[in-house]
Design a protein around this ligand. Structure first.
Ligand SMILES: [Fe+2]
Ligand SMILES: [Fe+2]
Length: 289
């Protein structure tokens, strides 16, 4: 049996081989443990039997409207999958593992959009016309990459995926408490995918950090200080949507359960991050001076 070694290989080959291995791990794990179907793994029959359909049709309450706004917002963010994957493939064309990850990622995100849309329509929270109006409005804008390099986008991916996971985990817990099994399961399934996406990007970042600790730390500090969720500049009336509980997470939760665990995973401390930011700011200042 041949032993694959990366010793002495060029940085580009090391990256390609590492990404290939990370992708294989991602793919194998998702195939064995995470494959699910929006049609057969979400208990839609419980929604039909819950009595919610009649109630929503007759007298919907504020909680129903908040849920509709949440689902619509989540669905809106997922509607940019063509832009995300197109850009993702463009920056990773020569890195097999990363490019193939983007395709698997797109397939999984597409299931999220489909599940949100199905819930909105099956529950009666939105009519088909209302949904289609919203979809058209969302797609008037095109998503552009918020950062320009592959390494910065890996940092962004890791943070964006963990933030999304935390939002969906919050929704999962909320609907478990409320006894809405259909929504609890829906958010459990999509949240599990987001956690796996975050994990892939963290491994990508850890590789980059091992290759170039200072440069990667500077990129991460830059991404953290300019971070915003994809929906922020894309989903209609996003600012108003943020007033609805569950649409987003607090800065504190993001720091504690998003940023800090990401830093720890790649082997960085908060102090390392602050030093990297200072270093980057000083360098940029010197460049313009
Ligand atoms: Fe998603
Ligand atoms: Fe994701």
């Amino acid at each position: 049996m041949s032993v694959i070694t990366l010793q002495g290989a060029s940085p580009s080959r090391r990256r390609r081989e590492q990404m290939y291995r990370d992708y294989m791990e991602f793919f194998e794990h998702s195939d064995k443990h995470r494959r699910w179907s929006p049609m057969s793994d979400i208990p839609w029959d419980l929604l039909e039997r819950s009595g919610d359909l009649d109630r929503i049709a007759e007298r919907r309450d504020q909680a129903d409207e908040d849920l509709a706004v949440c689902l619509e917002t989540f669905c809106g963010v997922e509607l940019f999958i063509p832009d995300y994957t197109k850009n993702g493939l463009n920056i990773s064309r020569e890195i097999f593992g990363q490019a193939w990850f983007h395709l698997s990622w797109g397939y999984e995100e597409a299931k999220h959009a489909l599940s949100f849309r199905e819930y909105l329509l099956r529950s009666g929270l939105r009519t088909l016309d209302q949904y289609l109006d919203y979809e058209e409005k969302v797609l008037e804008t095109e998503w552009k990459m918020p950062f320009s390099t592959n390494r910065e986008m890996a940092c962004y991916g890791a943070l964006q995926e963990i933030a999304t996971y935390l939002i969906y985990a919050g929704q999962r817990d909320h609907y478990r408490r409320k006894g809405n099994e259909t929504l609890a399961r829906l958010f459990e399934l999509v949240g599990r995918d987001e956690a796996a996406h975050a994990s892939f990007y963290r491994k990508f970042m850890r590789f980059e950090f091992q290759e170039d600790p200072e440069g990667t730390a500077e990129d991460l500090s830059h991404v953290i200080s300019h971070f915003e969720m994809p929906g922020a500049s894309l989903v209609p009336e996003f600012e108003q949507r943020l007033n609805v509980d569950g649409v987003a997470i607090s800065k504190q939760l993001f720091m504690e359960r998003g940023i800090m665990p990401t830093l720890k995973f790649i082997g960085m401390t908060r102090r390392d991050m602050l030093n990297a930011k200072r270093r980057r700011d000083a360098r940029l200042l010197a460049e313009v001076a």
